[in-house]
Design a binder for this molecule. Sequence first.
Ligand code: AMP
Ligand code: GLY
Length: 422
Amino acid sequence: MKIMVVGGGGREHAIIKKIKENKEVTEIFAVPGNGGMAKDATLVDIGAKDIEKIVEFAVANNIDYAVVAPDDPLVLGCVDALEEKGIPCFGPKGNAAIIEGSKVFSKNLMKKYGIPTAAYEVFNDMEKALEYLETAPIPTVIKADGLALGKGVIIANTREEAKSAVVSMMQDKMFGTSGDNIVIEEFLTGPEVSVLSFTDGKTVVPMISSMDHKRAGDNDTGLNTGGMGTIAPNPYYTRAVAEECMEKIFLPTIDAMNKEGRTFKGCLYFGLMLTPNGPKVIEYNCRFGDPETQVVLPLLESDLLTIMKATTNGTLSETEVKFSDKSACCVIMASKGYPVSYEKGFEMNIPEEIEGNVYVAGASLKEGRLLTNGGRVLGVTAVEDNLKDAVKSSYELVKQISFDNAFYRNDIGAKALAVLED
Ligand code: AMP
Ligand code: GLY
């Protein structure tokens, strides 16, 4: 069986490694992948947003099943285009991927169907937004409507900051057309939990919960990044919370999408905040999270490809989805200066015996040498019987890897461990 995975980061590397465990898989193509995956997949030099070329490649190479991992191609309708040519896919169609592609859509969906989320207002007129901010409660949260590489959210602690965020989105077009419409929402507090789920549009099966560490620096300081590390399971996500989320958030969301004629299949990611008033949705993603995937999939004991196909075929309720009761920790090694500006091209040294624990996010292969080629360079995951050991082991692995200008957070998992020790 020939598999194509669209995307090129650490998340895709984790997906590819897991899919490889299926004995029927003969070849995996990564489109475009990155140099660090060359041992696990055949790299195809086509950009993840170049839908036409992706479809052409898939048809020409008789791809049996495609996994579309990143938000951009999903929102652009990559799954629709592949399925039109008869290639079955993991991932939602464009009309369902809008749940991530437009914050205005997802906020209105939640309001319409009574799914708990922060109170909000939508604006397409800058003057009206600025006027609203004269009296809005502070802190407040400003969100660009469209995709913005995970950077379209600004938490404003003063009225001035809030106004300048609106001006930079709506007038200066900091996120291009993504900022034509904006959402201004209530600032919520509480621990955050990421819950990725498999769904075939009828059944929803949550994966093991996880915790991202979004800020660049230790103790949650510095700028927001794509994620500097993750742990799973998330100790705040108790059985009681899980049951409440299933009843008030997960099932109602699947139902709402069906009622809107936008059946969602694939991985639906719930970004949750456990507020004093119960769990609320901070965001939906139409895909696996990065770097959540790098801790969630190593704990999956069932066959990933079988589950993925079940989401496509509508047979998820009959399919085993089993997670280990161990814990995982992933530490991201980035290039100094990320998420702003950083240098690339430094040689990476990863001992062969630990390659199984490494998910490469940004690397290029030049004459057999692996060179850094991104802000987030790689993630190192350890799985152990408990979280404390997983954190310890992942940092021991990190110390065995080297490249110039490497930096990483030293406190991945610290907050979760403090909760467990309480
Ligand atoms: P997002 O890009 O939507 O994941 O948002 C980035 C981060 O901003 C989230 O992980 C939260 O930490 C924070 N955030 C987003 N919305 C809110 C909110 N309404 N209240 C408090 N924090 C928020
Ligand atoms: N780690 C957050 C995301 O994938 O959006």
